[in-house]
Design a protein around this ligand. Sequence first.
Ligand code: GLA
Length: 736
Amino acid sequence: MYRLIETMKKLFAGFAFFLSASFLNSQTIQYNQQQKIWALQTDHTTYAVGVNERGELQNLYWGGKLTSPGDLAPAHSVHEWASFDGSPTTTNEEYPGWGGRMYAEPSLKVTLADGVRDLVLKYVDEKHDGNTLQLRCKDINYPLFVTLEYRVYPAEDIIEKRAIIENQTKQVVTLESAQTGVWYLPRDQKYRLTYAAGRWAGEDQLQQQTVEQGAVVLESRRGNTSHQMYPWFALDKNGTATQEHGDVWFGALGWSGNWKIVVEETPMHQVRVTGGYNTFDFSYPLKPGERLETPSYYGGFSAGGFGGASRCLQALEVNEILPDHRNPHPRPVLYNSWEATTFSVNQAGQEVLADKAAKIGVERFVMDDGWFGARNNDHAGLGDWVVNKQKFPNGLQPLIKHVNDLGMDFGLWFEPEMVNPNSDLYRAHPDWVMNFPGRPRSEARNQLVLNLARDDVREYVFHAVDKVISENNIKFIKWDMNRHFSEPGWPEVPIAEQKEIWIKYVQNLYNIIDRLRQKHPGLEIESCSGGGGRVDLGILKRVDEVWTSDNTEAFDRLKIQEGFTYAYTPQIMMAWVTDVPNMNGRSTPLSYRFLVAMQGALGIGSNLNKWSPDDFALATKMIAYYKQIRATVQLGKLYRLLSPRDSNLTANEYVSKDGKQAVLFAFLHSQQFGNVMPNIYLRGLDPNATYKVTRIDKKLNDPHETYTGSYLMNHGVSLKLTGDYDSTSIELQRVE
Ligand code: GLA
């Protein structure tokens, strides 16, 4: 009886919450005006913010869904523990300015021209509309405003945050830290941090560590997103989450320049994750009337382990972020000439490769580096985006026509942000590179970085790329960036503004790509930076795919691709089949290389002139199979069944959105002691449905033509994988 009364009370409390504000509420943003609580509701999560008695915005909750947010108590600042750990630093302020007694990582730090370096933000007003909420704060004295903008993605269980900082004072306000915000994790738990770190040709290696008191900084200071770390984190409770079980909080930044994520456990054991522009070498003066928007910071929660968390982010990218999100479509099978020809491109040679590529089912032919200026090696030519007449006496059109006549579209490589000192562009404009006068200009791969923050450089780059695309039937560009910033000087602007280069560079990069896309509807772009050096949710709004890694060695790729899919969708994960021996001196069978690459967006980078008839026959069969399953691989749900990090056997399964098709890929590293393989348990199927199996080889031991979902998930499938680098795939079609 007592429990019944309590339940009724709770129900009533929830009802009252809705009632009191029902006319103000949309489904996803529920506002209790009296209690000043905003509850951002996704299908399975709640994120709640309130206003405390000091008038500060205070984070109240982030985690599994509260069906009745009315259960939450109004915001109330934390009591004073000691003069050393006062309430202003122990209260979970939603967007803390550095001011007063705030000692944790601030979201915003400023210096005003009058010398004041104290910022205390209080709530002013709110606006909400559909899935968007804006909470405005203001400093206690100055008309310095911050608008916190939230967008709710209900189906993906993700909240997007952005901060807009506006200087309405009459003096310059210099921003010294401009973060998008902070995510607070539920208190009194230990957390394990997972992130992806790496380097050129070794991207996306998963790292895990327990969060202890202190701070872990994930960042790039290199000018672009970098291979060194991806702007993504995941935290699970007590280190207990597995692929498909356990609570995981995660977040990702959308910024392609210097970024920083600070994972911090405070002295009071509050875990908080601040993210935004990197504070390193950061200084951004806002003149009266100016504003700065911070990058988007996406955060989500999944009770379905790391797999569930990844599927949330992958769904967000496919449904909301990527340029084709309104009509997601699988990427075509691509051929790229780089590993076959490097800089030695010419019309006849490319046509021979194109003929062979078309025969095996390739849909897009891409000519890589070497087609422009004096580009015979990496010492010259970058910056001169005019067709090399020795290699292509009649321009690119005859080659493009040849490719189009074979039924493929044509793509071209650019590296627009760079210049070789040995180029016409540099000879004409040595001042266009970032530099400090009188200081060295450090070269990497014999090239310097153009100062894209300059508007004249931005216009040059836009028009140079636009001209080539306008004059030729180019459907795709691979946009490369093969080095990081050095000596990031911008001597033409006042000293106080020179550090804006970190931000303005990226804004202008975005501007160029956005304008190119607008002017050339249907143009697709791949983001490459010596492999996966520029992959983040900011660039993904404007490119269709990314080059995952310059390391195409298939066994290494299993780990790189695994790490990649923790944050990013297989739809954008370009994966090529290339020749062996490859990196590490390793040789794996062609079928293994195909199956590894078929787990993302498939490309071929081999020298087709060296392939045997058997290689062509296998490639034709594999590409035909890939075309049957690629919509599921690229747009479906990914289940990482067995990890290459902790198993001799790697297995991944993809299930189509409508549940009608599933695909399993399995890879054996090396068999030992004659051990037979353990069964592989599938996931995400309907236990009561029947699935018809299609085999590509004879490696499935289970003999029948059809199986129930319950068999496939509970009994598992038995595979005959033997020796070294064996692999297989099966396709399942739901029949009833
Ligand atoms: C980078 C890319 C490669 C290739 C070369 C061309 O290294 O990652 O795929 O395009 O540049 O110079």
